[in-house]
Design a protein around this ligand. Structure first.
Ligand code: PMP
Length: 391
């Protein structure tokens, strides 16, 4: 185990031993009292994580894309107008799947990748009151590392009578997120990122207005498995501790989710967001010391769950192999327009000072070994100093 590489990609992440142990436990019957109690407990915990007391959490087998697709399938009907506030590859994906469900999608893109479309432009796009039924935003777009101002965008969507759907796959349980206070109608995520559970769970939290829009649909949801009606009924039963069946749940992952949710709430949501901010700031200090330029153009729009960094001039993805030789696994680029020019580092979930310093050291050493004129120990010292300052 000591020779194991440290996984620092933007999901999947390193998991706590208790969570992995829960995956391996004998899981029993999916309609047994014990499992239903654990599922109910996980759902109640998710309400606190999303800060969505009035929303209904849903957890089903699948990945984040399925959670996105369920929102699209249940919230839009043919010819509904949707505005995608686009900050990267996953906003593009949201647009594609909404179109597949019949929506007319308008993308509002920033002038340059690595930015968020200005709020004034969002206002202007929304000015035709009633045109858009739904506005979507990716809280952290994993292809660019851009953090969108979800609260401000949601306020604008609501003021114009549109629903707001948030892709929080790379944000929930890492970035600050307040579903009730910010008026978010639907938030979707997945297990393998800041929630700290192996991949395989599509997770959503559906607010009252979204439930109402779903209930009032003119046409049925076109995919049986995707219809929220089935899922709402079983999840509400689980939360009441009642046995229910729609489709066999992924028991071992849900047991792991219940364990992870317990750990997250024991830390507390404020403290967890603060820890993610501290870790991100420490890494930013290291990146500055290493003269690495971030894809997001403004500090306020940089994610706290991950970093997206341009390769220094003359270097390419062979840097990733060098970093892994130093014991840390980071990820290559994803956005097609930038793919070969940048790499990504995940810092979410259970990350602490040890992982941050190891990552700063590994990236610095790999850069130096590839001929960049940087001092790895200065990068580690800069991160250490930032951590001490923020204690
Ligand atoms: N949205 C965002 C912001 C993501 O980061 C991802 C996964 N990287 C997805 C959606 C899709 O999730 P999945 O890969 O679990 O389907």
């Amino acid at each position: 185990m000591s020779t194991r590489e440290l996984l620092m990609i933007p999901g999947p992440v390193e998991y706590l031993p208790e969570v992995l142990q829960a995956v391996g436990e004998r899981s029993g019957s999916h309609v047994g009292r014990e499992f239903i109690a654990r599922f109910g407990c996980a759902l109640k915990g998710l309400r606190e994580i999303f800060r969505g007391r009035f929303a209904q959490p849903l957890v089903l087998a699948g990945s984040g894309t399925l959670a996105m697709e369920l929102a699209a399938a249940n919230l839009v009907e043919p010819d509904d107008e949707v505005l995608v506030v686009n900050t990267g590859y996953f906003s593009d994906r949201m647009g594609l799947l909404l179109e597949r469900h019949g929506a007319r999608v308008t993308h509002l893109r920033p002038a340059t990748l690595g930015e968020v479309p200005p709020l004034g432009e969002i206002d202007a796009a929304l000015a035709m009151r009633g045109r858009y039924k739904l506005v979507t935003v990716t809280q952290v777009d994993t292809s660019t590392g851009v953090l969108a101002p979800v609260e401000a965008i949601a306020r604008r969507a609501r003021a114009h009578g549109a629903l707001i759907l948030v892709d929080a796959v790379c944000a929930a349980a890492g970035e600050e997120l307040r579903q009730d206070d910010w008026g978010l109608d639907a938030v979707v995520t997945a297990s393998q990122k800041a929630l700290g559970v192996p991949p395989g769970l599509a997770i959503a939290s559906i607010g009252p207005r979204a439930l109402e829009v779903h209930r009032a649909r003119r046409s049925p949801v076109r995919a049986f498995y995707c219809d929220w009606s089935h899922w709402l009924a079983v999840h509400q039963a689980y939360e009441r501790g009642e046995l229910a069946y729609f489709a066999t749940p992924p028991l071992n992952l849900i047991n792991a989710l219940q364990t992870s949710v317990g750990q997250i709430l024991a830390e507390g949501m404020e403290k967890r967001a603060t820890r993610h901010r501290r870790m991100a700031q420490a890494l930013r200090a290291a990146w500055r010391a290493l003269q690495l330029e971030a894809v997001p153009r403004r500090e306020a729009q940089m994610a706290h769950t991950m970093s997206a960094l341009y390769y220094p001039a003359g270097l390419d993805s062979s840097l990733l192999t060098r970093i892994s030789e130093e014991g840390v696994v980071v990820a290559g680029g994803l956005h097609p327009a930038l793919k070969a020019r940048y790499f990504r580092v995940g810092h979410m979930g259970a990350v602490g000072a040890q992982e941050i310093l190891a990552t700063a050291g590994a990236v610095g050493t790999a850069l130096a070994k590839m001929g960049a004129r940087v001092d790895p120990s200065a990068a580690v010292a800069a991160a250490e100093e930032a951590l001490e300052r923020s204690e």
